[in-house]
Design a protein around this ligand. Structure first.
Ligand code: AMP
Length: 399
């Protein structure tokens, strides 16, 4: 079954055509600089990379280029659009309404529009992608796979904030969580690796990329997760602060003369690894500064990241009353064995015993725990596209 996977951002569209049954990627690529100068489309078929300049004005134009490329006589991988069985859209926010991947019927478009205010930087672009595909290939079913829906079974004690309850009731202000597709994918892989039925396993997934979120997964459901209503809380990230004393927000505005916009910019764009190190939002740059140049602030930025990560893991073990597998994924989690080692240090009391030798792998699926470790520690490359394709197939097959 051929699934076209679309991830439409503000100025770019990632695309991939996958045969979901064989898990073979036929083509993947990126449309860049939509609404900017010199837009281009780049793509990869097997190992061969190509790109070309294009003349487009919006997402519709970008997706038209993608579809034209798929059936292009010279470069294409399909004979006609009939060979696309469904389109799966990465959709950031499903709100409370969409608790599962959903077939995007025309009558639901209004409900999708109503979600825009929950993720104003993402959802409107996702929606533009859906609209364009519906116009360009109207016969093909579209499925939205939400970043939030894997967290839709959080218990109220995990998702209601200890704020006036009316904020939840009247404005939908609650923890939603993100990166659900990644948490879902790697936790299923983890259950497989430890040979335990998914419905019985207790798993913590540490998605550590530019954005970072951890999830506690009990019995196949996310029961707590570190991102919330916004994407700025939890563990410190490349430029986002993660949790800190919330009283500081009003202190900075009322007593230190910062504007609301300045504080917003500070906690989203100038904090985390970048804010503390003063060097970069990229973990590799910060590590280089700390380990090769002895930069103390860079080391402090890493120490804070690892310390907060460790504390979240401890709290999720407490929340679930146990743990079978601790999973590291995304850029830092998959590749940064040094971070895995730092986070798992001195966690024997909680049953987490890392094998330092086995742990020295980058970008590979591996069990990196000691033989006698009660908790299996796993590095698992995430594959959100494959998860979107599988979800799309599940929804379309249930029609
Ligand atoms: P992602 O958002 O999943 O692409 O992850 C991006 C983050 O992963 C950046 O902070 C990168 O510095 C980090 N990363 C990628 N490769 C490595 C590596 N080999 N060691 C440590 N961090 C890495």
């Amino acid at each position: 079954m051929n699934i076209l996977i679309i991830n439409a951002g503000s100025s770019s569209i990632k695309f991939q055509l996958m045969d979901v049954d064989s898990e073979e990627t036929k083509i993947k690529g990126l449309v860049q600089r939509i609404n900017q100068d010199n837009p281009e489309i780049s793509w990869k078929i097997r190992k061969e990379k190509s790109k070309k300049k294009i003349n487009i004005e919006d997402h519709r134009g970008g997706l038209k280029e993608v579809l034209d490329l798929l059936v292009d006589k010279e470069n294409g991988v399909l004979e006609s659009y009939d060979q696309i069985d469904a389109v799966g859209h990465r959709y950031v926010h499903g709100g409370e309404k969409f608790q599962d991947s959903t077939l995007i019927k025309d009558e639901l478009m209004k409900d999708f529009e109503k979600l825009n205010h929950l993720a104003p930087l993402h959802n409107p672009n996702n929606l533009a992608g859906v609209r364009a595909i519906k116009e360009l290939i109207p016969e093909v079913p579209n499925v939205a796979v939400f970043d939030t829906s894997f967290h839709s079974k959080l218990p109220p004690k995990a998702y209601v904030y200890p704020l006036p309850y009316e904020l939840y009731e009247e404005k939908g202000i609650r923890r939603y969580g993100f990166h659900g597709t990644s948490h879902h994918y790697v936790s299923m892989e983890a259950a497989d690796m430890i040979n335990k039925p998914y419905e019985e396993a207790k798993i913590i997934t540490c998605h550590m990329g530019n954005g970072i979120s951890f999830s506690a997964i009990d019995g196949g459901h996310s029961v707590d997760t570190s991102l919330g209503f916004s994407t700025v809380c939890g563990i410190p990230m490349g430029t986002r602060s993660g949790d800190f004393d919330v009283g500081l927000v009003t202190h900075l505005i009322k007593s230190e003369g910062y504007s609301v916009d300045e504080v917003h910019e500070m906690i989203y764009k100038k904090s985390g690894l970048l804010g503390v190190s003063g060097i970069s939002n990229d973990a590799r740059d910060v590590e280089k500064a700390a380990w090769e140049e002895g930069n103390e602030r860079a080391q402090l930025a890493l120490d804070i990241l690892h310390y907060k990560a460790k504390k979240y893991i401890g709290s999720y073990i407490a929340a679930m009353n146990g743990l079978d597998a601790l999973v590291f994924t995304a850029g830092i989690g998959e590749n940064g064995w040094e971070s895995r080692e730092a986070i798992c240090k001195d966690m024997e009391y909680l049953g987490i015993k890392l094998d330092k030798e086995k742990n020295r792998v980058r970008g590979k699926k591996a069990d990196v725990s000691k033989k006698n470790s009660p908790v299996r520690i796993l590095a698992i490359p995430t594959n959100e596209e494959l998860m979107i394709a599988k979800e799309t197939k599940r929804v379309v097959n249930n029609l």
